[in-house]
Design a protein around this ligand. Structure first.
Ligand code: MRU
Length: 354
């Protein structure tokens, strides 16, 4: 029998808070091993985010919020004000873990504001309040993914094959994911949608995570090397491209995993619609356009000996930005929990953000 999306596996990985502790599925070990990190230590959470044990824009926001809440549980502050100050310090520390995905800062700002607004509470009550806020961030993200899935599925027809890059599924968010949510919802609606997954050099999120996640859920997925995308488009196999986002500027420029921009150019060359799917927590109205988005650079080691074997001369120069920016003019629509946004994005994004 076909596995359904509500199978325990997706709930298991999506459940990231256990009493007093944050629970993280170590994505660096997938698909070989399924290992959970359970901790109330802030530096362990910082390292988990920095090293991509937890990754994906919404997921790192959720993990960070839960990390702040968990790290405060054993704090001995004798007033709500002192606890709120400590919450601010912890949030500022986690904000240094990765620079590009704006969901991290969005979630941490929300935790800081909750702490400051409730600094008059007794310490134990404030701890509970912060844990509830972290859980709310997670639950709201799950609802956003569901809405994105419903809006996105309406763009797909029975029998379509889509191409995706990196991983913007349940592993990158809570529950349904963003770019993959329409695939899961389409299946619930009785449509068959197949997926081509780019392997996504250098850390192979497409191969290790997307291909794994989709096959666990019983979705028909075909893994391709990154340099095969043009060929499968030319062969007429792809009906649409669906990707997630790490930060969306006010004009609709989208930062996402390195390689996304190239896929968007290819899609335009082949007349294939290129869709971006992300919750409004990924929008950054302060960034006027893509040039204002900070792009993380990763270490040379990930490129020359990523999975344990030297695959390039040890001392070769390496340039490894983790993200690129796809210009708004290449994007057919941005799907968020509020609906399907179309150009002019400055206006449609402003309306979506209210
Ligand atoms: O470096 P990562 O794996 O955290 O990058 C994540 C991405 O870029 C994903 O593609 C994604 O679309 C954003 S999360 C839904």
């Amino acid at each position: 029998m076909e596995k359904t999306l509500t199978a325990e596996w997706i709930r298991e990985q999506a459940d990231r808070m256990v009493p007093g502790r944050v629970r993280i599925l170590d994505q660096t070990l997938l698909p070989e091993q399924r290992v959970f990190i359970e901790t109330d230590d802030l530096e362990t959470v910082w390292t988990a985010i920095r090293t991509l044990q937890v990754r994906g824009a919404p997921a790192i926001g959720i993990a960070a919020a839960m990390g702040v809440a968990a790290a405060l549980q054993r704090n001995a502050a004798d007033s709500g004000a002192a606890l709120a100050e400590e919450a601010g310090r912890l949030a500022d520390r986690l904000a240094t873990a990765r620079p590009t995905a704006v969901n991290l800062f969005w979630a941490l700002d929300r935790m800081k504001k909750t702490a400051a607004d409730n600094a008059g509470m007794a310490p134990d009550a404030l701890k509970e309040r912060l844990a509830a806020e972290a859980q709310a961030i997670r639950d709201e993200d799950a609802a956003c993914c569901r809405a994105i899935g419903e809006f996105g599925a309406a763009l797909l027809q029975d029998g379509d094959t889509i191409l995706t890059h990196c991983n913007a599924g349940g592993l990158a968010t809570s529950e349904l994911g963003t770019a993959l949510a329409p695939v899961y919802v389409a299946r619930e609606q009785g449509k068959t949608v197949r997926v081509f997954a780019d392997e996504t050099r250098p850390l192979l999120q497409g191969a290790r995570l997307t291909a794994w996640e989709l096959s666990q859920a019983g979705i028909d997925v075909t893994l391709i090397c990154d340099n095969t995308a043009a060929q499968v488009m030319k062969e007429g196999r792809i009906r649409a491209v669906l990707v997630g986002a790490d930060r969306i500027a006010a004009n609709g420029d989208v930062a996402n995993k390195i390689g996304t921009y190239g896929v968007a150019v290819l899609a335009r060359a082949h007349g294939i619609p290129f869709y971006v799917l992300a919750p409004t927590s990924t929008f950054d109205p302060q960034a006027s356009d893509g040039d204002a988005i900070p792009i993380e650079e990763r270490s040379a080691d990930e490129v020359i000996r990523g999975f344990g074997r030297l695959t390039a001369p040890e001392n070769v120069n390496v340039y490894s930005p983790a993200f690129d920016v796809t210009p708004a003019e290449l994007i057919a629509a941005i799907v968020c929990e509020k609906g399907v946004l179309r150009p002019d994005y400055r206006e449609s994004i402003r309306n979506a953000l209210g």
